[in-house]
Design a protein around this ligand. Sequence first.
Ligand SMILES: NC(=O)c1ccc[n+]([C@@H]2O[C@H](COP(=O)([O-])OP(=O)(O)OC[C@H]3O[C@@H](n4cnc5c(N)ncnc54)[C@H](OP(=O)(O)O)[C@@H]3O)[C@@H](O)[C@H]2O)c1
Length: 244
Amino acid sequence: MTLEGKAVLVTGAARRVGRAIALALAERGARLAIHYNRSRKEAAELARDIHRSFGVDAMTVKAELSDIRAVERMAKTVASGLGGLHALVNSASVYESNVFGKTTPDDWNRHLDANLRAPFFLCQAAAPHMRRSGGGVIVNIADWAGLRPYAGYIPYCVSKAGLLCLNTALAKALAPEIRVNAVMPGPVLLPPGTTKRQAQAVREATLVKRLGSPEDVARAVVYFFENDFVTGAALPVDGGRLIA
Ligand SMILES: NC(=O)c1ccc[n+]([C@@H]2O[C@H](COP(=O)([O-])OP(=O)(O)OC[C@H]3O[C@@H](n4cnc5c(N)ncnc54)[C@H](OP(=O)(O)O)[C@@H]3O)[C@@H](O)[C@H]2O)c1
């Protein structure tokens, strides 16, 4: 799929990795829907930056992803706002450490709702619009830790493992019109509050001994748009962290 003129919804797009993905798609001419929940100001600024830098329009759309009605409404709002919907990037995510033994049902639900249930229902709501637009592309932003979980983040890792399963299942369910692929980033942007020592340990745990960048992830997303023979794939963009 060429990105020029295509209508694309990116979730969690106001900040960090989602923002880099939105910019990379807009640079190639995509018309964007920038999803946000709390980052209203950042989303509006990004829409303005995109218009100024690339001359393409971008709309913003708010949704709390644990609210399935809001998720389904978002697909409709975007399809009518952009005059169709060709593609979706599921990037929004909850990432919190949860000590085993002290993890609550709310901790579990917060991760599973935003990282797995919402992508499923958003894909289900978006797919008919994509079919009407003549076909589509879905890219799920997973995590290498969905394949090799760490013990202090069980709900997060389980949600990303589920997202990888969903990725394969949807590639089958939506073929041949809609292609579905996943990116499995390694460490590219550490959470606020990460200490220097923790950051060093994260770098050391990769094969390339450094962090990646949000743009590394964005380039993989662009690849999945542009290569029409790829579906059901999950690409590590992790500096070798998965196999280290
Ligand atoms: N950063 C990394 O190094 C890294 C590594 C591996 C995988 N990943 C994956 O890459 C993706 C992007 O990473 P990131 O670090 O940029 O993510 P992030 O900053 O942790 O979160 C991205 C956005 O998700 C949105 N979000 C969270 N919970 C939500 C909810 N309940 N409803 C609606 N929106 C919600 C937030 O939007 P608002 O701010 O608007 O509320 C947030 O800005 C994620 O899927 C992540 O798992 C990242």
